[in-house]
Design a protein around this ligand. Sequence first.
Ligand code: 5GP
Length: 426
Amino acid sequence: MKSNTNLSFLHLLQLLFYIITIVSGFHLPCFHLPPSKATRRQTLPTCQTSLTSPIPRTTLASTELSTSEHILFDLPVSNNGARCRIILYKKGIRKDQVEILSPAEVGGLKSSDYLNLNPAGLMPSLTIQKADNPYGINAIAESDTIARYLISEYSDAPSFLPDHPKSNQIARWHDMYLTPIQGCLYKPSSRLPFGNYADRKSAIAAYRKNLEVIEGFVGDLTGLYLCGDDISLADATLFPSLVFATFMLPKFDHAQPALPLTLTQYYNNLMAKDEVFSKVHDEIMSVLVDSWDAKNRWDDIWLAGQRDTAPGTIFDKILSGEIPASVVKEDDHILAFKDINPMAPAHIVIIPKDRSGLTNLRKASAEHIDILGRLLVTAGEIAKDAELGFGDGARIVINDGNDGGQEVMHLHVHVLGGKKLDNKLG
Ligand code: 5GP
């Protein structure tokens, strides 16, 4: 009771203070209010996004295209679209429920109508145009979300086990780690990098590693499908990527099997015993073989910048230790050693450990941006190393081909210094 009275008294004092403050225009620092939301917003930097269109919304009069309850914008070759098609085919969802149309119907993936459906300009997208739509959205732009929507909307069997932890783990790993680097199997080299990987070779190695991880999650097969006898979302998610990997990985590397052991067994079983999966396989392959293969689409991609049939050089023997060298710097990617026949008081040669196509600089492609950068950064580090005999500057030289005076056909960077060099270049 007493404390209440005290509180009221304090409140009264506080009120009096406010009144004085307002009337006199007097402000104490501790009463300064933070800036209003509107003011604060102005001081925030503008949000940068890589998306082509920032606001997903449907302006499309999609009912003019189809009176179906939904339109799935998709093409047979789309892996993520195939995930949704497996659900449509398995559940027997009718055309008046979900009609599949090409994004070309709305002007293609980069058209403003399509970008309003799917700001990333990717397939698939689903429009919801049925009368009783309680969700507050009329388009879905992400394949796992579309797949889960279809599963819950059309609850006829099979259920696709949307809550199965094994299924979810495989599907989520696929989406988070495999899909982002899948571009290494089909994108031209000018569109580097692939996910977090600077070149195709390391992206393909990571792709294979993630297939191994998924193989581990699969464990022993106890039925036709990943979770036993019941088809799950993981089957719909993973299988289309396996079709693609089985077709593409051997183009890069004949020696290794495309898929790990259990995934190979799983893939072959599905192809032999499940009509929907072999149908989806044929849909994806029809485009890959009839169109992309026939038009030599892979020529710029298949081992792009990595083809290397030239004979080995003396530098391979230095790398293997067969011939000794005075090594001054080494990491996973480069080796730097003293030139056996120095042209200056300090003369270091830097080579990429993996030549992969780089017999000389004229063979370089975008695939080599990472290693070329490493060579130059190392050259700069060496050129300022007083212990190696360098003083105030150095000359960095790449002899390229016969006319350039190159003798060893394994790209290398010369770092010359230790005295003031003349300024003749030729
Ligand atoms: P290029 O003339 O091809 O630009 O340069 C090749 C360089 O490799 C030459 O400067 C040459 O002296 C050096 N070189 C060739 N063979 C060996 C070797 O066995 N050991 C070392 N340390 N350098 C070598």
